[in-house]
Design a protein around this ligand. Structure first.
Ligand code: GAR
Length: 197
């Protein structure tokens, strides 16, 4: 059974989907802890599913290394097999990436390497593209630049705004995330061998 820590900043809808998938006894992974950089509303999903959680309040970029050291200490306690960034809106300090990559994956609401960064949906709309997408990647020291584990196209529709487009991307992201976690758990996906597709 693959044990997973999930890190969030927001509503945690992808977290919830993973918790629901993992509540099926046949699913080969379990979420053992949820962490956040603030009192994120998504922590309520962890509580509902009886999963422990922790908050390490973000205290600004100048404190990034100290924040990362605290995160490392928490992860050392829980010792998950995999860490999933699921809407954690922070660039992890290099020490965290060095300690956990490639067992560290991230979801992103765009078809990487297109539109990396904190505003993947907004940037795709601003570029006027007819298609964007969703991706799951291995985290490296760059901004959404690690090996791509899964990605899928999502059409941009006339009249889309950031919310409507993101709402159509998220179900795709959830499906990709759950499938990637499952494939890692059953040994179909070797993170150490992952390279950009
Ligand atoms: C998701 O779309 C996730 O991919 C995105 O934030 C959203 C979180 O939603 N992450 C990024 O943009 C990271 N660059 P959720 O909190 O409802 O799961």
């Amino acid at each position: 059974m693959l044990t997973v820590a999930v890190l969030i900043s927001g509503a945690g809808s992808n977290l919830r989907a993973l918790l629901e998938a993992a509540s099926d006894p046949a699913f080969p992974a379990r979420v053992i802890v949820v962490g956040a950089d603030r009192e994120a509303s998504g922590l309520a999903h962890a509580e509902e599913f009886g999963i422990p959680s922790f908050v390490i309040p973000w205290a600004g970029a100048a404190q990034r290394e100290a924040w990362g050291d605290e995160l490392l200490a928490h992860l050392e306690v829980w010792k998950p097999d995999l860490v999933v960034l699921s809407g954690l809106m922070r660039l992890l300090p290099p020490a965290v990436v060095a300690a956990w990559a490639p067992r560290l994956i991230n979801t992103h609401p765009a078809y990487l390497p297109e539109f990396p960064g904190a505003h993947g949906v907004r940037d795709a709309l601003a570029a006027g593209v007819s298609q964007t997408g969703a991706s799951v990647i291995v985290v490296d020291d760059g901004v959404d630049s690690g090996p791509i584990l899964a990605r899928e196209r999502v059409s941009v529709l006339p009249g889309d705004d950031e919310n409507t487009l993101h709402d159509r991307i998220k179900p795709v992201e959830r499906r990709l995330l759950i499938d990637v976690v499952r494939r890692i758990a059953v040994g179909e996906l070797d993170l150490a061998a992952a390279s950009t597709i």
